[in-house]
Design a protein around this ligand. Structure first.
Ligand code: FES
Length: 72
């Protein structure tokens, strides 16, 4: 799915930039080769980045909840 029409950046590219350690949409775009133009995509891009960084913690909680559910 295209997130940024101006730069033709896809969600997978933005997620990959987040996994490389970037936490800011502007920095992710710079790493992909360009900055935002109209800026309409930035909230969606930032949400993707935030979710990518939150995903491991959410999985850890789920695993802990599963362990508790099995033990109890
Ligand atoms: S849609 Fe991303 S800068 Fe315009």
């Amino acid at each position: 799915m295209y997130v940024c029409i101006c730069n033709a950046y896809r969600d997978a590219e933005i997620r990959e930039a987040a996994r490389s350690g970037l936490r800011c949409a502007h920095k992710a775009y710079a790493a992909l080769g360009g900055g935002p133009r109209c800026g309409r995509c930035l909230p969606v891009a930032q949400d993707l980045i935030d979710r990518e960084h939150d995903a491991p913690a959410a999985l850890a909680v789920s695993a802990a909840e599963l362990s508790g559910a099995r033990a109890g």
